[in-house]
Structure formats: C-alpha cells, structure tokens
Design a protein around this ligand. Structure first.
Ligand code: ACO
Length: 489
C-alpha cells in the first residue's frame, strides 16, 4: 500500500471522518476492568487448559468478587459451582472471559447478550488474524447491537493489580504501580509482567487487546485518562490500527492529563506481514504514524526498555518544565556519557548558574567540578549528594536533576540511595523531577531497586537515565502545548 493510501486508511483525515469514541464502551470499561463478578466460559476440568488456569489465577490472585465457572460438562471446578451457560448464573455478571474454541464463541456471545452482562474478553484465537474475519464481524455485530463491549479476541486476558484480579492466563499479577499497560501482543504481556518484578516497574492494569475487533485503543485511553484514578501513565505496545482518527482524538483528549507512551512495531517490510498474521492489523508507514503521534501529544518509545524506562519516570516523577537539567555525578566518565546522551535526546546541558556553582563548592573537594555535569568526585559521600541535590532543586533556573552514582569502596550504595530519596522529597516540594543512575554490582542493584520503591526512577546506565529525563521534559512541553491549545479562542 502506498503512503497516500495508508494515510487515508489509517487517519481518514482527507475523508474528514468524524472520530467516534463510543460513550457506552467507555462507561462499561469500568465494569470490565474493575468487575464485581466474573464468569469464565470454557472453565476446563483439566489443569493444563487455559480456561482452568484463568479460574485458578482468579482464585490465586486474591480476587474478592464472585467467580462463576461455565462448563456444561462439569458440576464443580476448583471448589466453585459450575454453570452450564452464562444465562444460568443466578447473579449479575460484570465480565465474561471466553476461552472455548473459535466455533463455540458465537453461541457464547449470544448467551452473554441474553444475560445482559457488562462486557466480554475473548481469549480464543482463530479469527481475523488467520483470515476468519467473517465470524469475528458477526460476533462484534451481536455485541454492538446489545451494547456489550468485547475486548479481543486473541488475548491473554485482563489484570488489575489494585483489585488483585488476574483474569488471564499470565503467570502472575504485575508489580503494583500507576502505569496501565495496553498491548496488542499477549505473549509480550506475559513477558513484560515478569519484567515488572525484575525492574520494579509498577502497573495498575494490564489490558491485552489482541485483534481489537470491538474495543480499540481510543476507548481504553479515554477511560484510563478520564475515569481511572489508579492510573497516572499509559504505556502501549501497538502493531497497528485502522481507527487512526479515534486514536488521535483520544490522545488529544488525554493531553496534559496523563502521559501516553507508545511503542509502535511493524515498520519493516517483513514486520508488516508479521503484524497482519499476528493480530490482523495494518502496520502502516513509520512516517505517518510518527507524524500522527507527534500531532497528538504521544511520547514515542524506541524499544521495550524505552517503553518501560519512560513509563517508570513519568509514573513516579513530575514533568520537567524547562530544558535546564543539571547532572550530579561522582564519576567523570559517567558524567561525559550523560552529557553526550543529553545532546542526543534533545536536552543539551547548559552551564551551572554561577551562584549555584559557588554553593556547590560546599559539597566537593577543591578538585571537583562545578560545571554541568557537576563532578563531586570519587570521594563523594551521601551528605554531599544530599546537599548538592537540594541546592540544585531549590534553584529557580534548574528544572530537573540527573544523579549518577558509581560504586566505590568508600561508599555504601544503600546510604547514598537513602540520602537521594530524602533529597527527592524536597525536589517534589519544588515540583522538580529527579532520575538516578546507579552503576555497579549486586549491592548497587539492590540499592537502585530500593530507590525505585521510594519513587526515584533509577537505571543502570547514563543513556537510559538521560532518555527518561528527556521524556519528563517532553511531557513538560506537552503540558505547555495542551494549555496553550485550551487558551485559544
Ligand atoms: N461452554 C462452556 N464450556 C464449554 C462449552 C460451552 N459451550 N463447550 C465445551 N466447553 C468446555 C470443554 O468441555 C472444556 O472443558 P473440559 O476440559 O472440562 O471438557 C473447556 O470448555 C475448554 O474447551 P476445549 O475444547 O478443551 O478447548 P481448549 O481449552 O483446548 O482450547 C482455547 C480453547 C484455549 C480458547 C483455544 O481454542 C485457543 O484459542 N487457544 C489459543 C489462545 C491464545 O493463544 N490466545 C491469544 C493469547 S496471546 C499469546 O500469544 C500468548
């Protein structure tokens, strides 16, 4: 498909298509993502089957709502009474997870429509991603006629760490936090949940969206930004969309309220083909997506690390409201690497304001450097870190601080982390972001993990640290642009 056709299909701008974000979907997402009761259609008696695992995960995750297994061949699953159909359940049902083979899904959807459930999430594969668009369309038609949103098909399920709900066949709930993760790839979701524990990246909700035959990114974005207090940042893995105008509209609605970071894949020739057979989506041209993201206040991620690094920073720290970022380090080399990265990622360092440079001399030996990056030298102790960070954040011309620590034999990383965490509380009072880079072995990694738990995004290399700060600056600019837009008559 040439670029012009791709533009038309994805973003429909020249056709002047009015974006349609359905209110009933946004309203019902509250029941789907925070359900009071869940039915599992295809709750198998066999522990190796997906439907069985979903019921087990609901129980193991500590879900407090009602669980109704549905299987016409069973009386009981994992100690829970089993129902032959959804309509046989005597209670109201908010969410139905469907995990029966594709040929059985349509009847299950009709049953859910008769029961007037609030929403469905279809795990089953075998629809548009393998060319079976007709059946997918029929299912969606039924659901839309009854105003019951469908998430999927071809998904892992839904997870909510606040309500301790693992309605999926992912192995575990994620490490808890304020980032909502939406992903078109289910397998990536499962892997990325593992990363949340490894890298202390806290998620509020995990939404596997798969073929997105009905509910699309736009409706989820509107729900998460306008109705979900548990979420302050939205991270998205996207393969493609044919609802470009809706996506742009939703992102514009979110601008300045909650940051949205998108990792878009499928830009290579073969990647485009892989996208089509994975989730049946149109991958589209990189240039068109990038332009649309820029126009709609989206922060773009380059890879999975970048997606999580930026989301972590944005979920834990305030935005940087000017370009004046100060780097404080105990290692000259790490400082140089940070300086190079700052230029690369669009936040080039400028000189330390002279009055601040003078104050910084109190926190370094005579051979330290007060230039930006500020080099406290290898002798730096935790008090110097604390003092220099606090002086920096109090200064009106500094809008954010990157703190770098390289392990030395004369410092205890845990003590350094403690003082950085204390200084970050002062930074918060001044609404200035702090990100940290901890370089070293296991002891340093433990201190870095602790620091993240205290709300300071911490990374193992200067480039990733600086890129995270650049995202905080980018979000600062987005807020300014969004405010300007609001002021325009
Ligand atoms: N209502 C409810 N349950 C029913 C019905 C019905 N009408 N009819 C049959 N069942 C029961 C079955 O009897 C069975 O229970 P049992 O084992 O106790 O007899 C249970 O439902 C499951 O049915 P099966 O035919 O055994 O189906 P199976 O579990 O093998 O497969 C599944 C179903 C998992 C949905 C499969 O079709 C599928 O789509 N798998 C792929 C899922 C996937 O990969 N999704 C994308 C994730 S993203 C990623 O890449 C990780």
């Amino acid at each position: 498909m040439n670029h012009f056709m791709c533009y038309l299909k994805l973003f429909g701008v020249l056709l002047l298509r009015i974006p349609e974000i359905r209110d009933y979907v946004v309203n019902k997402l509250n029941y789907i993502l925070n359900p009071r009761s869940i039915a599992v259609v295809g709750a198998s008696r066999s522990p190796s089957k997906i439907g069985h695992q979903v019921v087990r995960n609901l129980l193991d995750s500590g879900y407090k709502g009602k669980i109704f297994p549905v299987n016409p061949k069973a009386d009981e699953i994992l100690g829970l009474k089993c129902y032959p159909t959804v309509s046989a359940i005597p209670d109201d049902v908010d969410l139905v997870i469907i995990a029966v083979p594709a040929p059985l899904v349509k009847n299950a959807v009709i049953d859910c429509a008769n029961k007037k459930v609030n929403g469905m999430a279809i795990i089953t594969a075998g629809f548009s991603e393998v060319g079976n668009k007709e059946e997918e369309d029929e299912i969606v038609k039924i659901a839309r006629e009854h105003e019951i949103p469908i998430i999927g098909p071809n998904i892992v399920g839904l997870l909510n760490s606040t309500y301790r709900m693992n309605a999926s066949f992912a192995q575990d709930l994620p490490y808890s936090g304020k980032i909502a993760l939406i992903s078109q790839s289910g397998a990536l979701i499962i892997g990325l949940i593992g990363w949340t524990w490894l890298y202390k990246v806290g998620l509020s909700k995990v939404i596997s969206i798969g073929n997105k035959a009905d509910v699309d990114f736009s409706e989820l974005i509107v729900y998460l930004t306008e109705h979900d207090p548990e979420t302050n940042t939205i991270a998205i893995y996207m393969e493609g969309t044919d609802a470009g105008p809706e996506l742009v509209e939703a992102c514009k609605r979110a601008a300045g309220k909650k940051p949205i970071i998108i990792l878009k894949s499928g830009f290579s020739k073969r990647g485009e083909l892989a996208t089509m057979s994975h989730t049946g989506s149109l991958a589209g041209s990189a240039r068109i997506y990038k332009a649309a993201f820029m126009q709609s206040y989206v922060i773009q991620a380059e890879d999975l690390f970048d997606l999580y690094d930026k989301a972590l920073a944005l979920s834990l720290q305030p935005p940087a409201m000017s370009d004046n970022i100060l780097v404080i380090t105990n290692g000259g080399g790490a400082g140089v690497l940070a300086t190079d990265a700052a230029e690369k990622y669009g936040i080039p360092l400028s000189d330390t304001p002279p009055d601040l440079a003078e104050k910084m001399k109190n926190y370094m030996p005579p051979f330290g450097s007060t230039k930006n990056p500020i080099d406290l030298t290898g002798q730096a102790n935790e008090e110097w870190y604390y003092g220099s960070i606090v002086e920096a954040v109090k200064h009106s011309e500094v809008s954010g601080v990157i703190v770098i620590y390289c392990h030395t034999a004369i410092t205890d990383p845990a003590k350094i982390a403690t003082k950085i965490a204390e200084a970050s509380k002062i930074a918060r009072e001044y609404k200035k972001p702090i990100v940290a880079c901890f370089i070293g072995g296991k002891e340093v990694e433990d201190a870095a993990d602790w620091l993240k738990e205290q709300g300071v995004p911490t990374y193992p290399v200067p480039s990733r640290t600086v890129r995270a700060m650049a995202a905080l600056r980018e979000y600062g600019k987005i807020i300014e642009r969004a405010n300007l837009r609001k002021k325009k008559p």
